[in-house]
Write a protein that binds this ligand. Structure first.
Ligand SMILES: Cc1cc2nc3c(=O)[nH]c(=O)nc-3n(C[C@H](O)[C@H](O)[C@H](O)COP(=O)(O)O)c2cc1C
Length: 130
């Protein structure tokens, strides 16, 4: 017999969104920490988890890659915030759709620094099938 969702709180389908982007303003450590704080607060309150991969050289951040996952509606709100943030551009979506399970269940949002040699590998790993 199918479960009946008496309280109407049946969990929403889980989705993930992953993209690459390029910062258009310098991201100091402070700016990065501010971004992380804001992202964490917003994501954690909505059960959205994920990981931000940051490629840095001597001049600062040169590329972002991010994976976020969570209930469909909450995730859409996060995506909207990310897309409308003018501090980065050239947003290239690399994954958007339903997922069976979370990749980062314990992370509200964390920064994972990558070097030029590890960035592509980390991104590839992040978007590999869950
Ligand atoms: C690389 C990058 C990653 C971001 N990740 C998230 C995120 O995971 N969740 C979120 O809600 N907003 C995210 N944002 C958007 C900003 O955190 C947010 O819109 C901005 O800091 C404004 O926050 P405020 O409303 O607290 O001022 C991201 C922005 C950038 C540039």
């Amino acid at each position: 017999m199918p479960d009946i969702d008496v309280l109407g709180v049946e969990s929403e389908p889980l989705r993930a969104f992953a993209y690459l982007s390029t910062p258009v303003v310098p991201f100091s450590d402070d700016a990065l920490n501010d971004l992380l704080r804001s992202a964490r607060r917003f994501n954690a309150a909505r059960d959205v988890t994920g990981k931000l991969v940051v490629l840095e050289d001597d001049d600062g951040v040169t590329r972002f890659a991010q994976w976020i996952e969570g209930p469909a509606r909450a995730l859409a709100l996060c995506v909207e915030r990310i897309e409308s943030d003018t501090r980065h551009a050239d947003l290239q979506v690399i994954r958007s759709g339903p997922v069976a399970a979370r990749r980062f269940p314990g992370w509200d949002m964390a920064i994972h620094p990558a070097s030029a040699t590890t960035f592509d590998g980390v991104v590839a790993q992040a978007v590999a099938e869950v």
